[in-house]
Write a protein that binds this ligand. Structure first.
Ligand code: ZN
Length: 206
């Protein structure tokens, strides 16, 4: 006589998939020192883009620097993955917000730090939720020519900025004051390209 024992595995307990917060390393994979002028500058992405410093602005920290393309880019092309990011210790002028939480801010640790804001940007910073390996700066729908300014719309990532400013981007649809997405309508955000998921979520809860 054969006794058949059916080993029945316990039924899996149905649980909602946990929403894992993205935890970024405190240190950048490659150490990054912010350059302040052409003398100390070494491009982090040679052949792709570089920082132009306006030396006439005087010594010290200058707001007249900008990032320009080293070659032509097609619409939607990846400019660079955010692969040297680290956790921002605090929200700052230099940090980029990637989630709805109070600590969800990163430092780029690359020349992308020099991407200025524009209300008619040429670049989108795409931060799909919980997929930090896919976070990137990519060229917007108009493409970019070699030598063209690389800019992004700061409220596409920033909800309530550490330092708001008066915009002088010169775009026809310039918003004037830039303080973050909290102070704009969804329509104003969508008119200017990509709106990241965390900004949409915060907007929906406002
Ligand atoms: Zn503007």
């Amino acid at each position: 006589m054969t006794v058949t024992v059916n080993h029945v595995a316990p039924a899996p307990v149905a649980t909602a998939a946990p929403v894992k917060a993205v935890v970024l390393a405190a240190d950048a994979p490659v150490a990054y020192d912010k350059p302040y002028n052409n003398e100390t500058y070494k491009a982090t992405h040679p052949g792709r883009f570089h920082v132009v410093f306006d030396q006439s602005a005087g010594a010290g920290e200058s707001y007249s620097s900008k990032l320009v393309a080293d070659r032509d880019y097609a619409p939607g092309e990846t400019l660079a993955l955010l692969d040297n990011k680290s956790a921002a210790p605090v929200k700052a002028y230099s940090s980029v917000q990637y989630g709805a939480g109070p600590r969800d801010h990163l430092e780029l640790n690359s020349d992308l730090l020099f991407m200025n804001h524009s209300c008619a940007p040429t670049v989108e910073v795409s931060l799909p939720a919980r997929q930090p390996e896919r976070w990137e700066a990519r060229v917007g729908p108009a493409g970019v020519k070699k030598g063209g300014d690389l800019t992004f719309f700061y409220p596409s990532t920033e909800w309530d900025m550490a330092q708001g400013f008066t915009c002088s981007c010169g775009a026809k649809n310039c918003l004037g004051k830039i303080n973050g997405a909290k102070y704009l309508t969804l329509e104003q955000l969508e008119e200017r390209g990509l709106v990241n998921e965390h900004i949409r979520a915060l907007k929906a809860g406002q």
